[in-house]
Design a protein. Structure first.
Lengths: 163, 436
């Protein structure tokens, strides 16, 4: 199979890889880079478990060709934890029972992070819209929505304090 | 049967406050950091991918299987058929007397449902495995199929599963699981009203976000490690949603055999389409309830005929049907009860466990029926339930004494929350004792 060179920034680190032509970003993250936090639920772009952030936007890595990612900035959930400290979203998901089986959680948190990076004061409807591409089958959406809103509030409070 | 612990000792303590309180899960740090390791979150050198060739027919005889073209696909290592399976026929619940073995690992004489496993293609890559599966040539001769539980029990219906010889599971020599209490015909004869209704459900798929699968890895000395998301062994390990849908053990046997024959790690993972088509759903049920009711609101007799659609194979349905029987006639004290629960084989996807299987659909039927009965005699449906609710010390239809009853208290609490005006006489009633 033809190999192609791809180069992108993954969680603030440069990555240079030769990948099979036509392989998805999901396959490269899991199979080649060993980053298993990105989950495969459907391989057809309908469940959102494979969501990553590409250049600030939530993207389905199962439908994204790896070779199209050259020059892009990619964030997986590993990129959220700085020096061992959890992101407020991760903290809020823990405290509010917003993760039950945990399979949809990385994608869900990344979809929410992409929202909070763009909009520091989202409404409930904004949150619902942001996670509408992510299917959860056990936790239920209410604790997830509440956790995202709680994290947004926490982040606003922290910004106020540091200002 | 004796329980080791009396579950109801503390049931009525006033200081129980856990319900409604959020507790942090012990495994949640792994979930929010993406470090929780699910079965597929690992890689092995030399990993083979297994792709299943499935039956396109609901019921058909297998005339021939030609694997030669599949073996020519670059990357395809081997194609397994029934001939490669030394112990082909099995069933999951043999340890709790669900017998006989009735399901093949790989079909050989015929297929009994659409999507049944026929041949396993093993290849270096998923792409090659898929291409190989598309080149296995299976010739079928279609057979008449049956999809309805009552049709399946009629004389002359196509025989679904030869291991049972009939289209139903046999319970200790009986054609169905039965409950008998009092004399139901006498109860019905004494009633002011007799009402019979039919209820029916469709199969329900669990649709977990993580599909069913496993990886089997050869270790030293003919030992193997199986990384699996089955719920059958460990209910508490990392599973990306189960809900009972992963309690069957379907991917593991053929993955094990593949690893044994190739001496390489083998991964068998359902696609989303396979999860929807072949992973076992909650059984469809059809339930007939015939009730005898007195004018003053007492249920005198309840006669239930319940059909569980097991699909083509037993899996957990004979057990689920027993649960359905034990659950009837619902949480009500009824002096005359007769229950016949049939576990029926059809040419549909085998059904199995799902959250309260054998119970949930029965509850839907019973509670709709309760509303209909209450309406029939013009009684408030909450009052009607409280009036007929079982109390501690009552005998249930399957001859076990009631303990820890709380239905009356639950209906009262629900009425309070809904601002539903309860009849005065209900307020004095309690599950703990029967008023004079």
């Amino acid at each position: 199979m033809t190999k192609v060179a791809v180069q992108f920034t993954l969680n603030d680190e440069e990555q240079n890889e030769f990948v099979d032509s036509g392989s998805t970003l999901l396959a490269v993250l899991r199979g080649k880079l060993g980053l298993y936090s990105t989950k495969a639920g459907c391989h057809q772009g309908s469940c959102g478990a494979c969501t990553v952030i590409i250049d600030g936007e939530p993207r389905l890595s199962c439908l994204t060709l790896a070779q199209r990612c050259t020059g892009r900035m990619i964030t997986t959930i590993e990129g959220l934890t700085r020096d061992g400290a959890l992101h407020p979203l991760q903290q809020a998901f823990m405290e509010g029972f917003a993760a039950q089986c945990g399979f949809c959680t990385p994608g869900m948190i990344l979809a929410a992070k992409s929202l909070l990076d763009r909009n520091q004061s989202p409404s409930r409807d904004d949150v619902i819209d942001a996670i509408s591409g992510n299917i959860c089958r056990c936790t239920g959406y209410e604790p997830i929505i509440a956790a995202v809103l709680a994290a947004a509030e926490q982040m606003r409070a922290e910004m106020k304090k540091s200002a | 049967m004796e329980y080791r612990k009396d579950y109801f000792t503390d049931a009525r303590r006033e200081d129980l406050t856990e319900v409604g309180v959020t507790r942090r899960r012990s495994d949640v740090l792994g979930h929010v950091t993406g470090k929780t390791q699910y079965y597929a979150d690992r890689n092995f050198a030399g990993l083979l991918h297994l792709k299943m060739v499935r039956s396109p027919h609901h019921h058909a005889r297998i005339k021939s299987i030609d694997t030669s073209k599949a073996l020519k696909v670059p990357g395809v290592l081997r194609v397994l058929t029934a001939k490669d399976v030394p112990q082909n026929i099995y069933t999951i619940l043999c340890l709790i007397q669900v017998e006989p073995n009735d399901e093949p690992v790989l079909a050989f004489d015929k297929v009994r449902y659409r999507g049944e496993q026929v041949a396993a293609v093993l290849a270096d890559s998923e792409v090659a495995a898929r291409a190989g599966a598309g080149r296995v040539k299976v010739v079928y001769e279609e057979l008449p199929a049956v999809f309805d539980v009552e049709e399946a029990l009629k004389p002359g219906a196509p025989l679904v599963n030869e291991y049972h010889g009939r289209n139903y599971f046999t319970y200790e020599g009986h054609h169905c699981r039965r409950v008998r209490f009092g004399n139901v015909d006498e109860g019905l004869a004494a009633a002011d009203h007799v009402i019979e209704e039919m209820y029916q459900s469709s199969p329900i798929e669990h649709a977990p976000t993580e599909t069913t699968g496993c990886i089997v890895v050869p270790d030293q000395n003919d030992r193997y490690t199986c990384y699996s998301n089955t719920q059958a062994l460990y209910f508490t390990l990392a599973v990306g949603g189960g809900f009972g849908g992963k309690v069957d053990v379907i991917t593991e046997p053929i993955a094990f055999l593949s690893a044994m024959l190739t001496k390489r790690p083998v991964k068998y993972e359902y696609t989303r389409e396979e999860e929807m088509q072949v992973s076992s759903p909650r059984a469809a049920e059809r339930i007939y309830i015939k009730d005898g009711l007195s004018r003053d609101g007492r249920i005198l007799a309840r006669k239930v005929r319940l059909y569980v659609d097991a699909g083509a194979y037993s899996r957990h349905s004979p057990y689920g049907t027993t649960k359905a029987a034990a659950h009837m006639p619902g949480p009500y004290t009824i002096p005359h009860v007769s229950v016949d629960c049939h576990c029926v084989y059809t040419n549909r996807t085998p059904s199995s466990a799902m959250r309260g299987f054998g119970v949930t659909i029965g509850d839907f039927a019973l509670e709709v029926q309760m509303d209909k009965l209450a309406r029939l005699i013009g009684m408030d449906p909450m009052e009607f339930r409280i009036l007929n609710a079982y109390r501690d010390g009552d005998m249930k239809a399957h001859h076990k004494q009631v303990e820890g009853a709380a239905l009356i208290e639950c209906v009262k609490a629900a009425s309070d929350l809904a601002h539903w005006p309860l009849a005065e006489r209900c307020k004095a009633m309690s599950s703990e004792k029967r008023e004079a």
